[in-house]
Design a protein around this ligand. Structure first.
Ligand code: ADP
Ligand code: MG
Length: 539
């Protein structure tokens, strides 16, 4: 995106010499930079506007290698877009921030930021100072957040499972997999509830929920697994073991390699025999010790230095009937340990019975041709769950995974801040109406800023309506009227294509998503307004 030049900037000041010309240009420069930043950011916001809401369009993204991604998720679209302008990059960061903070509402935040930027532009044209606008918007944004928290949000009892599922399915509504929302929403709710303490927890570590994708089958086959799921296959030993004693090792069962490049020269058969015997003894010693501890299931962490197993060790493990799984990813080790309630074993000396975990059943199974292993009935389970997502092709599969992530995040939001509000543009219109009333009581710059901010908020219902093919202006005007008359939950029911009491229609969402979107979008606009120069460094 090329920075837009302001045409007037290069015209020399009339009658001025060289020095006055320079001053003139410098005075224009901040404005030029600001304009260019705004244009770039608005262009990006416009590009993903059409993806908002249940009738929003999806984007097909092709990367340099020809890989294609189909998605509706704002953060994903922006992450994959190759934006060059620094301000556009800030917008990418903005949606990432929303992704971390709330997990959903990543399109909303960008669309909102675009609209607030446009409002800022109009105020700049009126001659307001950028810092004043930034301050005014900040205060308006804070007022909105306060209103959502104190006035709009309904407190949620976390035990109200039906309501939690409704929130999760609202977020799934706008996805490619919206058809399966009745299946995925309960899975998301159940998964989060299994890993938290409902009474006391105020956050959820989504690392405790492991989502595994397997190509084949349909999204309908997605399931919440009992116990631990590993996406590796069994490489030695039996495929099924009851009453398992599981050890997770971080060392390899193969002959050691020297640190330096070395050649061993063998001149006759006896020497060769000796080397082979050494190797055999070395490996046999390890395997025997493993067996002696009572272990019958062995998980081996992936190693990049040498082979985790060689043919010989595989043979011995087979003989001794130890179910072996190799190449457990390094980053999965923590999860596996937490699930099984054991510690990873780093050296053979520590391979003792007390370091093993026990489970009722370890078994390999097949999902559409892909072999996986599940471990059930662990003796001292930590709080983790595994979800197996299925899809008939890669595009759907990965979008299903991302959508499930959004749904999990929605449930996490509800655990973090236990309040819900209506969806379908209702909260934005309500805030807009209230902010406008506040503006009337104010004087000075703030009054302008509040009014402009109030108008900017309308972008959400406006866009939802536009994307659904409803007459945008008429709809939003009607909504304004309804809200001014005190119908707090009047919103757009996109599926019906009409204005309705959105709470009754079960389109609800966590209040945290809206709060965080408004907060982050205002911060973003304030930041953009305060930039008056772009300096390139040469390294
Ligand atoms: P985001 O990435 O910001 O979550 P979405 O595409 O998921 O964007 O759209 C979310 C918006 O769609 C929210 O404002 C939500 O209230 C609205 N929405 C979701 N489902 C419905 C529905 N059935 N009717 C009306 N609006 C809906
Ligand atoms: Mg969403």
């Amino acid at each position: 995106m090329a920075p837009a030049a302001t045409p007037g900037a290069r015209i020399p000041a009339r009658g001025g010499g060289d020095s006055s010309n320079k001053v003139y240009q410098d005075r224009q420069k901040p404005q030029e930079i600001r304009n260019s930043n705004m244009i770039a950011a608005k262009a990006v916001a416009d590009a993903i506007r059409t993806s908002l809401g249940p009738r929003g369009m999806d984007k097909m993204i092709q990367d340099g290698k020809g890989e294609v991604t189909i998605t509706n998720d704002g953060a994903t679209i922006l992450k994959q877009m190759n934006v060059l302008h620094p301000a556009a990059k800030m917008l990418v960061e903005l949606s990432k921030a929303q992704d971390t903070e709330a997990g959903d509402g990543t399109t909303t935040v960008v669309v909102l930021a675009g609209a607030i930027l446009e409002a800022a532009e109009k105020l700049l044209q009126k001659g307001l100072h950028p810092t004043q606008i930034a301050e005014g918007f900040r205060s308006a944004g804070l007022a909105c957040q306060e209103m959502v928290r104190k006035e709009l949000a309904t407190p949620l009892d976390i035990k109200d499972i039906a309501m939690v599922q409704k929130c999760a399915s609202t977020s799934l509504n706008s996805k490619v997999v919206s058809q399966q929302s009745s299946l995925l929403a309960p899975i998301a709710q159940e998964a989060v509830y299994r890993v938290i303490d409902q009474e006391h927890d105020t956050n959820v570590d989504l690392k405790d929920i492991k989502v595994t994708t397997v190509l084949g089958g349909t999204v309908e086959d997605t399931e919440l697994m009992e116990g631990l799921l590993l996406r590796q296959r069994v490489c030695a030993g039996p495929k099924r073991i009851e009453k398992a004693k599981i050890g997770l090792i971080q060392f390899c069962i193969s002959p050691p390699k020297t640190d330096m490049d070395m050649n061993i020269i063998i001149n006759d058969y006896t020497q060769m025999d000796r080397v082979l015997k050494e190797e055999r003894n070395y490996i046999l010693n390890i395997v025997k010790k493993i067996k002696a501890s009572g272990c019958n299931v062995l998980l081996i962490q992936k190693s990049i230095l040498r082979d985790a197993l060689n043919d010989l060790s595989q043979h011995f493990l087979d003989k001794l009937k130890i179910l072996t799984i190799r190449d457990v990813e390094r980053e999965d080790v923590e999860f596996v340990c937490k699930s099984l309630g054991c510690r990873p074993i780093a050296s053979l000396d520590h391979f003792t019975a007390e370091n093993l975990a026990s489970a009722e059943l370890v078994e390999e199974f097949s999902a559409s041709g892909t072999k996986l292993v599940k471990i059930n009935g662990t003796a001292n389970p930590g709080r983790t769950v595994s979800i197996l997502v299925r899809g008939s092709n890669k595009l759907v599969l990965h979008e299903a995974e991302r959508s499930l992530h959004d749904a999990l995040c929605v449930v996490r939001c509800l655990v973090k801040e236990r309040g819900i509000i209506a969806g379908g543009g209702a909260p934005e219109i309500e805030l807009s109406v209230r902010l406008y009333q506040k503006a009337l009581e104010l004087t000075g710059v703030d009054a302008y800023c509040y009014k402009a901010f109030s108008e900017a908020l309308e972008v959400i219902p406006m866009t939802l309506a536009e994307n659904a093919g409803m007459p945008a202006i008429t709809t939003v005007t009607q909504l304004r009227k309804l809200h001014a008359d005190g119908n707090k939950s009047a919103g757009l029911n996109i599926k019906k294509g009409a204005i309705a009491n959105i709470m009754d229609d079960n389109v609800v969402q966590p209040s945290l998503i809206t709060i965080s979107a408004i907060n982050l979008a205002t911060e973003f606009v304030a930041a953009i307004l305060k930039i008056d120069d772009i300096v390139n460094t040469v390294r």
